[in-house]
Design a protein around this ligand. Structure first.
Ligand code: HEM
Length: 502
């Protein structure tokens, strides 16, 4: 999930008629409030000159560069004021463990607040038992359960692509982000929730996706605590989405995966079947399952399209696997790969990891439950109750000591001597964590295996059956408006063309 975006508050305040004055008054009031000073034993304190907002604007403008500047100036640990919150960043990867292991640093308090704010799930904060039970459902995203999900995702890919294969071999043009968003939504929703039976399936999927996308556009504002009433029609869109996922409406979808079945069983234990909050829980899970996978797919495809030499190596790797498993492209999407076979595609996996390394800006946060001393290898630091501790993956992902030429896309960065490369070093010491797009510890993404399987399957289909070319010359950059909230979207869409291979 992620953090707040206070600058959005500021922008919104200044955009309304007459609200400039309100913003000025608010700022004046905040200026009058006493400012925090650093106490003995605490990390260096960086508040910037702007009261309350602190350094939020600078961070929003250039998160990677700004954090690198602060790291040079203050070292690997410092406390930053961002939108009224004090976050102590731990940037030395060897010091992640004390953060992960410290029981007084809570992920749940942090994530419950966000889920309540954004999805309007109220019971989560009050009911730890329900929360625990919902978390046990994550086991259905792993192991043998993942194999059956994989069957579903492949089935869904057939539904999406078989009509395309019947087409003549002429070029079709599309916008890459829209394309990824459409395919990932359909494949993820269908494999988790099943097929809609009560009407036109395609129309249902398209409407649900478009509504989720409108809601997701305002996600940073909702996380930042902006009242939903200020966000025009988002309240009614959220209600519409929740209604689609209530007990009554979910019953119109056939073929629920085990995880949806388990979550529904749990929710029916704690709510009456008609409670709309059941829909809110399903909405939060649906949001988590599609948004980051869509942008991860976008960036992987984007880099491949811009690096035809990498695409050629991947095509070759997939062809060799298909040959060795005795598979030929037949009519329709006939190829089948097991999870082990997908995992054996090491250049494919390295390419996805490299895209995630370059594009993960999400932060990993814990809330400090009581005043405490954090014991790091180099030094102890006093932390205050109510503050946050944050890990900022790009500090590791862009560290030139760990990754040579870190700004460059190198599709084979995670391969050495023809095998997966898992050893990366800093200060001569081997790193336990070197790419962390999925977070770690208690909050590590439970959907990471499914996300990787989906992206791999989709790329195998695209590279096996289609010729693909980029059209746009203008490079896409990371859009920082969703700063610290996962894999960012691109600042512009990119057109590409595809045709069935002859
Ligand atoms: C490339 C795709 C994905 C990325 C990069 C990603 C990343 C993350 C990260 C970083 C977190 C932890 C957030 C934090 O520490 O604040 C997280 C949490 C979560 N993710 Fe993912 N995710 C992806 C795909 C998925 C998928 C496919 C699913 C479901 C099928 C999913 C379900 C979840 C859930 C339910 C949580 C919350 C876990 C909790 O409450 O403990 N994610 N994800």
């Amino acid at each position: 999930m992620g953090c707040f975006s206070p600058e959005l508050w500021l922008r919104q305040l200044l955009s309304g008629p007459g609200l400039g004055l309100a913003a000025a008054l608010l700022l004046l009031l905040l200026c009058l409030r006493a400012r925090r000073t650093r106490r003995p034993g605490e990390p260096p304190l960086v508040t910037g000159w702007l009261p309350y907002f602190g350094e939020a604007l600078k961070l929003a403008k250039d998160p990677i560069g700004f954090m690198a500047t602060l790291q040079k100036q203050y070292g690997d640990t410092f406390t930053l004021l961002l939108g009224g919150k004090y976050i102590t960043f731990i940037l030395d990867p060897f010091q992640y463990q004390p953060v992960i292991k410290n029981q007084k640093l809570s992920f749940r308090i942090f994530s419950n607040k966000i889920v309540t704010r954004v999805f309007d799930v109220k019971k989560l904060i009050m009911d730890d038992e329900m929360n625990d039970e919902l978390h046990t459902s994550y086991q259905f995203l792993q192991g043998k359960h993942l194999d059956s999900l994989m069957e579903n995702t492949m089935q869904s890919l057939r539904q999406v692509f078989e009509p395309q294969l019947l087409k003549t071999t002429s070029w079709d043009t599309a916008d890459l982000f829209k394309f990824c968003s459409s395919v990932i939504f359909e494949m993820t929703f269908t494999s988790l929730h099943g097929n809609y039976l009560a009407g036109d399936r395609k129309t249902f999927i398209t409407e649900l996706r478009d509504d989720l996308s409108k809601f997701d556009d305002k996600f940073p504002q909702l996380v930042s605590g902006m009242p939903i009433e200020l966000l025009r029609d988002i309240k009614s869109i959220r209600m519409k989405l929740k209604k689609h996922l209530t007990t009554e409406n979910l019953a119109k979808i056939q073929g629920w995966s085990e995880i949806i079945q388990r979550r529904q069983d749990t929710l029916e234990k704690y709510y009456t079947p008609e409670d709309i909050e059941i829909g809110a829980h399903h909405l939060s899970f649906l949001w988590a399952s599609v948004t980051n996978t869509t942008s991860a797919m976008f960036w992987t495809m984007y880099y491949l399209l811009r690096h035809p030499e990498a695409m050629a190596v991947l095509r070759d790797e997939i062809d060799r696997l298909l040959q060795s498993t005795g598979q030929k492209k037949g009519p329709g999407l006939s190829i089948r790969l097991t999870r082990e076979q997908l995992d054996s595609l090491i250049y494919l996996e390295s390419t996805i990891l490299e895209a995630l390394r370059l594009c993960t800006i999400s932060g990993i946060f814990r809330s400090v439950q009581e005043d405490l001393t954090l014991h790091l290898e180099t030094q102890d630091y006093r932390l205050r109750k109510g503050d946050f501790v944050g890990i900022f993956p790009p500090a590791l992902h862009y560290d030139p000591e760990v990754f040579e030429a870190p700004e460059e896309f190198r599709f084979d960065r995670f391969i050495e001597d023809g095998k997966k490369k898992t050893t990366f070093y800093k200060r001569g010491k081997k790193l336990k964590h070197y790419v962390i797009p999925f977070g770690f510890g208690i909050s590590k993404c439970p959907g990471r295996f499914l996300a990787l399987v989906e992206i791999k399957q989709l790329l195998v289909i695209l590279l096996t059956y289609f010729d693909l070319e980029i059209i746009s010359d203008k490079p896409a950059a990371l859009n920082f408006s969703r700063i610290l909230l996962g894999v960012p979207y691109p600042d512009c869409d990119v057109s590409f063309r595809y045709k069935v291979k002859s």
